[in-house]
Design a protein around this ligand. Sequence first.
Ligand code: GDP
Length: 480
Amino acid sequence: ETITVQELANRMAARGGEVVKALFRMGVMATLTQSVDADTAELVAQEFGHRVKRVAEDDIETGLEGAVDEEGEMLPRPPVVTIMGHVDHGKTSLLDALRKTDVAAREAGGITQHIGAYQVEVPGGGKVTFIDTPGHEAFTAMRARGASVTDMVVLVVAADDGVMPQTIEAIKHARAAEVPLIVAVNKIDKQGVNLDRVRNELLQHEIVVESLGGDVQEIQVSALKGTNLDKLLEAILLQAEILDLRANPARAGEGTVIESKLDRGRGPVATVLVQKGTLSTGDIVVAGSEWGRVRALVDDKGRPAKVAGPSAPVEVLGLSGVPGAGETVLAVESEARAREVSEFRQRKAREKTAAAISAGRGTLSDMLARIQAGQQKEVAVVVKADVQGSAEAINATLSKLGNEEVRVRVLHSAVGQITESDVQLAKASNAVVVAFNVRATAQAREMAQRDGVDIRYYSIIYQVQDDIEALYKSRLAPVQ
Ligand code: GDP
């Protein structure tokens, strides 16, 4: 187990330079980004007058999952549904139309709040929760964070347009998440739609609907006219029954953040989909690396709630900060515990960023080291410039660089700001991004920092040349 000098300094609230000096006196030469082992760190901490208590880090997270549920405690819970499909096939319209079928909303005076998810009380009985950020980004972003919130996908296919690229993408997402699909053929109010064509196109992607002898339910709807929405809800409830969705409401609440924001009046607000147990006002919760005592719960109709059970979407107020979508939320037994977990997670997040940054600085010096050791033969570069002429000039300049041992290779060169895909490319190829009179998007900057990709900004061409030359000709100054 090791710790970086910087992190050690942070934890002792000491200056980095002082820690480096203390290490030096002990005969250990280390810069801020380098790591020392636990024994060394302990000695330094003692030197600074701290009492050292070593905790096995991973112990902090254990026990958070809570007890294992007994079979008898597991009660049926509403299904959680995500609507996916090609753009303009009617996802938003369908979400709006389904929402209007809600019996409870009518009682509440039809007031609805957009909180990222809503629950519908089906006229014939039963409830369904819809994640109301349509599209695939939310779905994949959450899955990327390891959160699985959806029990099934409703695939919207416009009858007049059939299977399109994003339809296929949605099928792939559902498959990757191992959740069942229900097909909603939309816009059946339109003239001359050919349902057989849609079915056959789906068949080509191994989606076999019931009318073709398969087990995928297909409902023909019109979001515009409100046709067959009851049938769609029935199909969802039937699928839920097959899945036998259950949860134990009588335990501490657990869920996932669907959306979050910093509200001017209300402070940090997180929409949480409760997945296990029941969340109550007054609970102490950890949400990602934030924590807090639940000051208020607000449901999707804007009503204050005392509790929220399994599959309920609810706004949680009272957190210390804004947690990210896809983060888990857990009720814990005490404030001390909440603080401990949240501090642990913040530290982990900081360490991850620091590691990425130092790895990024490493890429340049590593690259250089590898070049000097004769292991690497090229310097890879991604070029982005404001105008085509500059991009070409830089390409020409860079291509002429290099010597008998090393050459410079331009992987990609284009006009425009630096996007995430440029950063991805650079990361995958250990390349440096050369930005000529252009900036990086906020997302790209963030990604570059996280992934340790070096973006270098220039406005004069010969400086590009000098800098890249320096990359392989001379040693870089030692980095702090
Ligand atoms: P999304 O991009 O998948 O969210 O699609 P939208 O819900 O924004 O709908 C795209 C367009 O299709 C809009 O102009 C809707 O009015 C229209 N639309 C949606 N559902 C229906 C339907 O059932 N029938 C008809 N005729 N048009 C629809």
